[in-house]
Design a protein around this ligand. Structure first.
Ligand SMILES: C[S@@+](CC[C@H](N)C(=O)[O-])C[C@H]1O[C@@H](n2cnc3c(N)ncnc32)[C@H](O)[C@@H]1O
Length: 245
């Protein structure tokens, strides 16, 4: 899927069932909003304690949430960072993100900003801007050549001493699990089609671990941890943590 198609796809999800498309969760097609945002708080608590355990705790200056969707993680990040920038390729997702932000009295409007970015780079931000860059359940849905470009941009916008954490699958799981995965994908496909009025699809892609690590080191980062995760059903998936020394 080319970048324009990817954008149209996520616009479609943003217009039809944004919460479900952001987090398919327990298979719910309709989320309770407070339950939905609670998953973001839990996710960020989990990520920050994982970083703490690995000795990669970022300073709490400015965080970037790449592929922020409706702001599930951006809102949660704002409880830990002075400023949060969420960026997304889908204008309807961002419209919802702003709506949810305004409706939440716990969020300081000024400290959370959402930006539309339809380019294959992060040129709206200068080099070394962020103390923390996060991306969960985003890179898995785009071609490896695109995710590689964004990962190198994550490195560029990370400040000295800053930390990057992102999730991306490496490859499909093997034999038995693949069979189970095929059944799961079939069911998910039906649910996805129902929840997007039939025209959007969630493609899945993987990038081998050594290739991801090379992108990070080639761009001046030190890889601190590669943690197996379960974000991508029937795929071997990892959360990469890297520091700019
Ligand atoms: C499954 S949602 C996850 C949202 C958020 N990370 C979360 O966990 O709540 C994926 C999001 O990534 C966005 N996205 C996909 N490709 C993108 C790209 N090339 N640049 C920016 N955002 C992108 C989609 O519009 C969508 O909002």
């Amino acid at each position: 899927m080319q970048l324009d198609d990817l954008r149209e796809n996520w616009e479609n999800y943003g217009e039809t069932n944004p919460l479900w498309a952001v987090h398919t969760g327990r298979g719910n097609i309709q989320w309770d909003e407070s339950e939905f945002f609670k998953t973001g708080e839990e996710e960020i608590d989990r990520i920050l304690s994982m970083l703490h355990e690995r000795g990669a705790e970022p300073t709490r200056d400015r965080a970037l949430d790449f592929g922020c969707g409706v702001g599930r993680l951006s809102q949660a990040l704002s409880h830990h960072f002075d400023r949060v920038d969420g960026i997304d390729i889908s204008a309807p997702m961002l419209a919802k993100a702003d709506e949810f932000k305004r409706a939440n009295d716990d969020i300081d409007d000024e400290r959370v900003q959402f930006h539309l970015n339809t380019d294959l780079d992060l040129s709206l931000f200068e080099d070394r801007t962020f103390s923390f860059v996060l991306s969960l359940i985003v890179l898995q849905h785009m071609k490896p050549e695109f995710s590689a470009k964004y990962i190198s941009e994550f490195c560029r916008v990370t400040a000295p001493g800053g930390v990057i954490a992102f999730q991306i699958p490496a490859r499909r799981e093997t034999a038995m699990l693949r069979l189970r995965g095929a059944a799961g994908r079939f069911l998910r496909r039906i649910r996805q089609t129902v929840s997007s009025n039939g025209s959007a699809v969630m493609e899945m892609y993987g990038t081998p671990q050594n290739r991801v690590e090379k992108i990070l080191t080639d761009n001046g980062m030190r890889v601190v941890a590669v943690v197996p995760d379960d974000y991508a059903t029937s795929w071997e998936s990892y959360t990469y943590v890297a520091i700019r020394d």
